[in-house]
Design a protein around this ligand. Structure first.
Ligand code: ASP
Length: 308
């Protein structure tokens, strides 16, 4: 029997202590902790890694604080288009949705694609049909709306209208994710996001792309990323970590560190990721100021962090 472990993230970016009030800081810690508890409950009762990451990400999607599900950011046209993916390291089964709006928990829609179709990724009306067929709850626009995300869109659009470059990477960041290793040594990853504020309609990021923002394979690791999605895609960030472990014999820590601190950082790819291997080791590297993150292991030690 393995010992289980779980890590979660709530996005990375320009997260400076000076910009967060103590009450807001406390809210982030509580949000991360709730997600860890949701996943821990599954693992502690002998549940699977795939169920644990689903539970943890649902908790983060339900919290308006994070850019996924409720609280997702807005596109340049004032709509919300959500991406999510899930992967089971035991079988390399995967499911993903891109650009959807409606399901309360996009991660469950991704899981429905994995479990109820022959495909890996669905977009458009049929992604919603699969979610409906799986009896997933839907919510209306009021549920998903948050004033702070709307205000962020307005200020980004104002800057664009003036021809000012929006160079605050914090606007571009936000995503939630979880990785877990269960007592059988099976690993899984799940990631969910609203994407980037004022993104072009139809833009899909790294989150639902298997091997970019989400990946899991028992032979190596499970990874969930957050950051500048286009760079994660071009450097196949998550799959690269697995490849380094598989082909170069690197440890989880060394492989993840190389991808985040070199492949991504040196190519305008600010962000970070959480990863776990089949022995339950966890690593959480990031190359920007902060990343909302946390972990829990079988000994019941819950830890949450925001800054370096
Ligand atoms: N990676 C996400 C995307 O590009 C955003 C983020 O994680 O901050 O859609």
């Amino acid at each position: 029997m393995n010992t289980f472990s779980l890590a979660v993230h709530g996005g990375a970016g320009t997260i400076l202590k000076a910009n967060l009030t103590p009450p807001l800081e406390a809210e982030y810690h509580a949000g991360l902790r709730a997600a860890l508890e949701a996943g821990h409950n599954v693992l502690a009762s002998g549940g699977s890694a795939i169920d644990a990451v689903t539970a943890a990400v649902c908790a983060l999607e339900d919290a308006p604080l994070f850019n996924a599900g409720r609280g997702a950011v807005f596109t340049s046209e004032g709509k919300q288009e959500m991406d999510a993916a899930i992967m089971d390291g035991a079988t390399r089964a995967a499911g993903a949705v891109g650009g959807i709006f409606g399901p309360r928990n996009p991660i469950r829609a991704a899981r429905a694609v994995m479990e109820h179709t022959d495909h890996v990724m669905l977009i458009g009306p049929n992604a919603l049909n699969i979610a409906r067929a799986a009896d997933l709850p839907f919510a209306d626009p009021d549920y998903f709306f948050t004033q702070s995300r709307w205000d962020a869109l307005q200020s980004t659009l104002e800057m664009r209208a003036k021809g000012v470059e929006d160079d605050d990477p914090a606007r571009r960041h936000g995503t939630v994710g979880a990785v877990a290793c269960d007592t059988l040594g099976n690993v899984a990853a799940a990631t969910s996001t609203g994407g980037m504020t004022a993104k072009a309609p139809g833009r899909i990021g790294d989150t639902p792309m298997i091997g970019a923002g989400t990946f899991a394979d028992n032979a190596t690791c499970a990874v969930s990323g957050t950051g500048h999605g286009e760079v994660f895609i071009r450097y196949t960030a998550a799959a690269e970590i697995s490849a380094r472990m598989r082909h170069a014999g690197q440890s989880l820590h060394d492989a993840a560190d190389h991808v985040v601190m070199h492949d991504l950082a040196e190519n305008d790819g600010s962000g970070g990721l959480i990863a776990v291997d089949a022995e339950g080791n966890i690593t959480m590297p990031f190359n920007c100021d902060g990343m909302y993150r946390g972990s829990v292991t079988q000994d019941g030690k819950f830890e949450t962090f925001i800054y370096r």
